[in-house]
Structure formats: structure tokens, C-alpha cells
Design a protein around this ligand. Structure first.
Ligand SMILES: CC(C)(COP(=O)(O)OP(=O)(O)OC[C@H]1O[C@@H](n2cnc3c(N)ncnc32)[C@H](O)[C@@H]1OP(=O)(O)O)[C@@H](O)C(=O)NCCC(=O)NCCS
Length: 167
């Protein structure tokens, strides 16, 4: 992906040196459970995720300029409904950096540059009012419902809202 920059952040491709930072983020249940995934238990597992992201180049590592550490990620992956003209926007940040406007800052520049990659962005969230707030703030509108979704941590399937942003 093209490297993007904001006042406080550099958004860039994932690199193998991000291994420790990614493990610290994904092993925190507060981050993983909000995304419907279990916390990553071992470095081996987060390294497998990292290898995949390095290969796929479907998103950004979020690097904090002031420390040089990676504090989160933004993914532009396959659309949940299989729409080939859309990319699914996913995002997460290390808990100690929440509520400082950092994801707003990151998403604003990613969305401003997404037209080079896709015609529209989609997103989903479940029981996540903060994520819902951010999606609405970025201009996403609910465009349907995904039926019978079963995220990794769910015992039972549920319906969840599906959002679109035409670029
Ligand atoms: C969701 C997440 C990425 C937000 O990152 P962040 O940097 O804290 O977000 P920002 O500070 O830019 O913006 C947060 C906004 O949510 C609002 N907010 C905070 N808590 C909220 C809540 N419980 N309900 C609704 N809105 C909330 C804030 O007021 C702010 O909005 P404003 O700027 O309009 O006032 C981060 O909390 C996270 O990584 N959570 C765990 C993973 C996750 O949930 N990912 C989304 C999966 S769908």
C-alpha cells in the first residue's frame, strides 16, 4: 500500500519488525473480543497473522510517530457479502491509545486515499457502539443486514448491520 502520513501517525505496510507490537495488541482481550475474535495466546499465532498481512498487503500498520511503535492496524479485506467492487474496512488500536482521536485521524486519511484501491468501502460491527459511532462519523450508512453471522467467539449466529461508503 502507499504509505500515508498524518500529524501523529504513519500508515504503512506491515513488516516483520512489528512482531512484538502486534502481539501486544492482539493478546489484549479488550481489543480482540471487540472484533469478535479470541485474544491471541502466543507469539507464534500473532506472527502467523503478521506473515499473512505482509504477504497480502491489504491494509496498514499504524505507527505512532512519537515512539516509532506500531499501535494498531487498518484492514481493507474482502467484502463480507462477497461484493468484488467493495473492500471491508476493519480497524483496531492498542487499548492504551483509545479515545485520543487517533483512529479518527487514521481513518480520515485512509478513506481519502481509498479511491485508488476500490469504489466503495463496506464495514460491519456487532454490539460495538464505539465502532458504530466512528463508522457513522466517517460517513458510512447502513445498507443492509448480514444474517446468521458467527464470529469466532460466538456460540450462536446473529444478525449484524452492514454499512457502505461510496467513494
Ligand atoms: C474502535 C477503536 C478503533 C476506536 O479507536 P479510537 O482511537 O479510540 O477512536 P477515536 O478516539 O478516534 O474516536 C472514538 C469516538 O468514539 C466515541 N466513543 C467513545 N466511547 C464510546 C462509546 N462507548 N459509545 C459510542 N461512542 C463512543 C468518542 O467520543 C469518539 O467520538 P468523537 O470523536 O465524535 O467524540 C478502538 O476503541 C479499538 O481498537 N477498539 C477495539 C477493537 C474494535 O472494536 N474495533 C472495531 C471492530 S468493528
Amino acid at each position: 500500500m502507499k504509505t500515508l502520513e498524518t500529524e501523529r501517525l504513519i500508515l504503512r505496510d506491515w513488516e516483520s519488525r512489528d512482531s512484538d507490537d502486534l502481539f501486544a495488541i492482539l493478546s489484549n482481550p479488550a481489543v480482540s473480543l471487540s472484533e469478535g475474535a479470541s485474544p491471541v495466546e502466543s507469539k507464534e499465532k500473532s506472527n502467523a497473522v503478521l506473515d499473512y498481512m505482509i504477504r497480502k498487503k491489504n491494509g496498514y500498520a499504524i505507527e505512532l510517530k512519537s515512539t516509532g511503535s506500531v499501535i494498531g492496524g487498518i484492514g481493507l479485506n474482502e467484502d463480507a457479502k462477497g461484493d468484488k467492487t467493495a473492500r471491508n474496512l476493519g480497524f483496531y488500536l492498542a487499548e492504551e491509545y483509545w479515545n485520543r482521536g487517533l483512529m479518527t485521524e487514521a481513518l480520515t486519511v485512509v478513506i481519502a486515499n481509498a479511491k485508488e484501491i476500490t469504489d466503495k468501502l463496506s464495514a460491519t460491527q456487532y454490539n460495538n457502539p464505539k465502532s458504530e459511532h466512528l463508522l457513522n462519523k466517517m460517513g458510512f450508512q447502513q445498507a443492509g443486514v448480514l444474517r446468521n453471522v458467527k464470529r469466532k467467539i460466538d456460540a450462536e449466529p446473529h444478525d449484524e448491520p452492514y454499512y457502505l461508503l461510496i467513494l
